[in-house]
Design a protein around this ligand. Structure first.
Ligand code: ADP
Ligand code: MG
Length: 700
């Protein structure tokens, strides 16, 4: 049997395979493309394609696919075999450089948000040589970007790569000013922690809500939830451990740096975190991870739920996007340095993030907005909808001192001047256990915690990269023309702190008082739901930001807004229809049956013993009957609500999504309330599907 280091990355055409199989010149040319974004020559591509094909065939591959990330939120692939007819009726295996670099694809069935006119349905996929090709099953998967023929982005990778270029360009300008002449590239890095639930497949199959929507639409609270905190970091059950072991193995073969695993807060909830890597690779790897989590679960008789709030009343699942930026010389720019000059540089990059998060709170909130996440944010271990930043007391005190020109350390009684004093050492990783903060500094990186577990991490990193690029661009503009660099730098940092400190909050984000202070005193946004948030996507400042850094054209921003809101409406529509079906075909018949059985029992009792007390049955039948009436009425109301939000009545997508929220989501909540009460008084054997207690404690 192979050991882990032996099989790690064996299904990836990575650096080792390339070095081994490519002529030195080709390898160097490809490396240059990967490291510095130089464009790739077709002759180089031909050689790479040949080597890649031979390697893949040796590993048992018969097909190749351009693997891409359309706006559906999942990945897409269309397989082509390597075969090509030979003269003697046989086949040879072929794969050319042009097939590697570009593929054509019918884009008409992927969401484009109105970008793609129907007469131009073609789209194309373009190889992203900075993310390694890998083998899945019998297919060589080539990570690609997906665009229309007009060049508009139809996917999540294209703008992500554009945003990485933007931040690279601006960060290099700033680094030059600090004399870092040997730095030639800056890349952002991400380590996404991924939460998920596991439940037994037989239970899953009995619930239409899980099958159609990924979450439970009905379900009363079980006698035991997560009150005892006995699941978090608890011993991992054998069945789950076996699942994790196989998942890790599959991930390692694909070069994913799966590192940490543990039980999470809610029963049946777990987490997996990889070691961080370059953002676009981390994004590809996270998609692969989510896909494998689900596939491997099936082999173990389990289902992996990636929905952000599969169960009301217990923790939802999030995804923490740990983000930083580092140079090709290996320096993490968010690591407080050891020398005064490095500290000034660190503070400037810190300011860039503070300003970015403050100026583009709305965009960050939008990237995590979805029907599912609306149920999660603001409760049970998830941050509120107000975006704020946690810096910790120490760093906040330093920023205060700079702002006020006062002494940071009372004992020193000296003014804190940049470039003169060394910052105190920050105890890494102990800076933050404040789980209520949406955006926390954790020693040498920022952790954005608003993402739902099924979210692609591309969205928030596009915004983060671009918004920070904009801060850095403004700083470079100022500092490049400064006469006295040090004093200009000092003034700049002080001004940024003054202007943007409102976004910094180290307290409890769950506190109602904070929400009041944030909105009323600090003027921060509280975008509670997806329609509230996404409407702001197209604000002029946002369109300008994306346009300036060449991430999205105005048309692309509008298309993204439309896709997000249409997804929102569609998800709710499916949920509402599922509820109606479950209510009419399963819940009401079950309640009716139990009611009848109870009434029959009372009659039987009376027959047996004249005048016997049947008040229990009477009370129960009465309550069941009332609830049946209520459920029926709420179901009708929900059906009416659905009819009332038709596209023909609300042609504007922003208004339509608002109507879905106000009418349909409200009607769903009312129906659920009545049905959940019925569940809690209906005999277990009559209830048509597994309840929360079964689902959450089903794995033994
Ligand atoms: P916690 O649960 O305390 O937040 P974890 O160790 O589970 O911490 O996750 C931290 C994540 O942050 C890991 O994926 C880790 O690789 C990642 N990380 C560490 N340093 C960086 C960095 N410089 N850039 C991006 N991510 C980082
Ligand atoms: Mg974390």
């Amino acid at each position: 049997m192979k050991t882990l280091p032996e099989y790690f990355g064996e299904l990836v055409f990575g650096d080792a395979a390339m070095k081994e199989r490519l002529p030195e010149q080709t390898y160097n040319a490809l490396k240059k493309t990967m490291d510095e974004g130089k464009s790739l020559d077709i002759t180089v591509a031909n050689v790479v394609a040949g080597a890649m094909k031979d390697w893949a065939i040796e590993k048992g591959a018969t097909h190749f696919t351009h693997w891409f990330q359309p706006m559906t939120g999942i990945t897409a692939e269309k397989h082509d075999s390597f075969i090509s007819p030979a003269q003697d009726g046989k086949v040879i295996m072929e794969f050319s450089g042009s097939e590697l670099i570009m593929g054509e694809s019918d884009a008409s069935s992927f969401p484009s948000g109105g970008l793609r006119a129907t007469f131009e349905a073609r789209g194309y996929t373009a190889w992203d040589p900075t993310s390694y090709a890998f083998i899945k099953g019998k297919t060589l998967c080539i990570p690609t970007a997906f665009c229309s023929y007009g060049g508009e982005a139809l996917d999540k990778k294209t703008p992500l790569l554009r945003s990485m270029q933007a931040i690279n360009k601006q960060a290099l300008r700033v680094l030059k000013l600090f004399g870092n002449d040997n730095v030639t590239a800056v890349k952002t890095t991400v380590g996404p922690e991924q939460e998920y639930f596991l439940i037994p497949v037989e239970m899953y199959e009995k619930r239409k809500d899980l099958i159609f929507t990924g979450r439970t639409l009905f379900g009363a609270m079980p006698p035991k939830g997560q009150e005892l905190d006995d699941h978090y970091y608890g011993t991992i059950k054998t069945r789950v451990a076996n699942y994790m072991a196989e998942l890790n193995e599959e991930l390692w073969k694909l070069g994913v740096l799966a590192k940490t695993q543990h039980n999470e807060g809610a029963p049946a909830q777990h987490e997996l975190a990889p070691i961080f890597t370059t953002t676009n690779i981390a994004t590809d790897h996270n998609q692969i991870t989510m896909e494998l989590m689900q596939r491997v679960a099936k082999k173990h008789g389990l289902v992996c739920l990636l929905h952000e709030k599969p169960f009301a009343g217990v923790n939802g699942s999030g995804k923490h996007n740990n983000w930083s930026l580092s140079t090709n010389t290996g320096v993490n720019l968010l690591n407080p340095g050891a020398t005064p000059f490095e500290n000034a540089q660190f503070l400037l990059f810190l300011c860039a993030v503070i300003q970015a998060v403050d100026d583009y709170q709305d965009l960050l909130r939008i990237t995590v907005a979805s029907a599912g996440n609306d149920h999660r944010l603001g409760a049970a271990e998830a941050p509120p909808a107000v975006v704020s930043m946690f810096l910790g007391d120490e760093l906040t005190a330093i920023l205060d001192a700079i702002e006020n020109g006062s002494a940071y350390c009372a004992a020193e009684k000296e003014r804190l001047k940049l470039g003169v004093h060394v910052l105190p050492k920050f105890p890494k990783d102990t800076t933050d256990r404040n789980r209520t903060s949406p955006f926390a500094f954790t020693g040498n990186k920022f952790e954005f915690r608003m993402l739902g577990s099924s979210n692609s991490i591309a969205g928030c990193n596009i915004v983060l990269n671009t918004a920070v690029a904009e801060s850095l661009c403004q700083y470079a503009d100022i500092l490049e023309s400064a006469v006295d660099f040090t004093s200009a730098l000092h003034d700049l940092i002080r001004d940024v702190i003054k202007k943007h400190k409102r976004i910094i909050f180290n307290g409890n984000g769950y506190d109602d008082e904070w929400i009041r202070e944030a909105t009323e005193e600090r003027g921060l946004l509280n975008l509670r739901t997806t329609p509230d948030a996404v409407a702001l996507y197209t604000l002029p400042k946002n369109v300008e930001l994306f346009g300036k850094h060449k991430i999205f054209t105005e048309a692309e921003v509008y298309s993204r807004r439309k896709i997000k809101l249409e997804n929102y409406c569609n998800e709710i529509k499916i949920e509402a229809r599922t509820m109606i079906e479950m209510s009419r075909r399963e819940i009401l018949p079950a309640v009716e049956e139990y009611m009848l059985a109870t009434a029959k029992a009372a009659n039987a009792k009376r027959k047996l013993i004249d005048g016997i007390d049947c008040s229990y049955e009477e009370k129960l039948v009465k309550r069941l009957s009332e609830l049946a009436y209520e459920i029926d009425k709420c179901t009708d109301d929900l059906a009416d609500a659905l009819k009332s939000v038709k596209k023909s009545l609300y042609p504007d997508i922003c208004e339509r999504s608002m109507a879905y929220k106000d009418k349909v989501v409200t009607a769903m909540a009312a129906l659920r309330k009545a049905a959940d009460e019925a569940e809690s008084i209906t005999a277990a054997k009559y209830w048509p599907y597994p309840v929360y207690a079964d689902l959450l404690f089903g794995i033994i």
